[in-house]
Ligand binder design. Structure first.
Ligand code: SPV
Ligand code: MG
Length: 309
């Protein structure tokens, strides 16, 4: 028997998710995306009522591969994790594809492959390959792709799209790289003119002075391309407050990863100290809860429904 989703095909599933994301970007409430690093985290993000899943490059690097977020993960490795995430959630999936894994042709191939995989949106940043995670503290060396070259890549990416609905988010790293508000705004304008559907303006400034400065200059341009924020380092602002300032989408990029690591560390300490599972049991999810989350009973019932004894 065909299940509910198998007769609608990849196209309409993808279209439905992309339409949901596009409607959200134009709505009077912010789209709140949360960072997933695997399929279970994506399932939980959906269960808890969020609007979209962010496939975090940091999360996939650290959690799926146990590696630093330094462009070590290839396009195919990201696509592999993304496909597994996409298949278990009804939410639009927004994938952090770093800098598109190289030059113009790499960016174009990234768009083609992720669009064909039914993904709603891809985010491409202007960090030069190999990139370094934007939150890494200190004066680590950071080079950006020249603005004109990045605009050329984004334009080529948009031209390579097969559908109108697929969303390309262009991420500006000028504030992270210390180039200042004016350079950030110039890049945002260039990327928007190149056809980006949204602009992610990243910042580590806890006071929000940089972001406010950017927003002031951006407003003066009159460009209506939606803006995206990642408030990891300005965590006291709610998604609603950021929406009020002009952001259409807010990405809570890494909290599930950090929660998982803390919970695993605490559990391993208890197990190591007490030497028996009972030490951890009151503090961890019940086995039955895991069964429920992945719909185990439903699968077993379907297997047994017409079984001849
Ligand atoms: C990610 O989640 O991988 C991001 C956001 O790109 S950040 O880590 O803040 O750069
Ligand atoms: Mg990233």
């Amino acid at each position: 028997m065909l299940n509910e989703s198998s007769d609608e095909g990849l196209g309409s599933r993808a279209e439905r998710k992309r339409a949901k994301l596009r409607a959200g970007l134009a709505a009077s409430e912010p789209v709140v995306a949360v960072g997933a690093h695997d399929s279970m985290s994506a399932r939980l993000i959906e269960t808890h009522g969020f609007d979209a899943v962010w496939v975090s490059g940091f999360g996939v690097s650290a959690m799926a591969y146990g590696l630093p977020d330094l462009n070590l993960i290839t396009m195919n490795e990201t696509l592999d994790v993304t496909r597994r995430i996409e298949s278990v959630t009804e939410l639009p999936v927004v994938v952090d594809c770093d800098n598109g894994y190289g030059g113009l042709s790499n960016v174009v191939r990234t768009i083609v492959e992720f669009e064909r995989a039914g993904i709603a949106a891809v985010c491409i940043e202007d960090n030069l390959f190999p990139k370094r995670n934007s939150l890494y503290p200190g004066q680590s060396k950071r080079d950006l792709v020249a603005s004109t070259e990045q605009a050329r890549r984004l334009k080529a990416a948009k031209a390579a799209q097969d559908t109108e609905s697929f969303v390309l988010i262009a991420r500006v790293e000028a504030l992270i790289a210390g180039h200042g508000v004016e350079a950030a705004c110039e890049r945002a304008v260039a990327y928007s003119e190149a056809g980006a559907d949204a602009i992610l303006i990243h910042s580590k400034d806890k006071s929000l002075t940089e972001i406010e400065g950017f927003l002031e200059q951006w407003r003066a341009t009159g460009i209506s391309t939606p803006l995206v924020a990642v408030p990891t380092l300005f965590p006291d602002y709610t998604a609603k407050q950021l929406h009020g300032k002009g952001f259409s989408m807010v990405i809570l990029a890494n909290q599930p990863m950090r929660a998982s690591v803390k919970a695993m560390e605490d559990t391993l300490v208890m197990l190591r100290e007490e030497g028996k599972p009972a030490a951890a049991d009151p503090h961890i999810a019940a086995v039955n809860h895991i069964f429920e989350l992945v719909h185990t009973r439903e699968s077993i019932e379907a297997e047994e429904v017409d079984e001849v004894h």
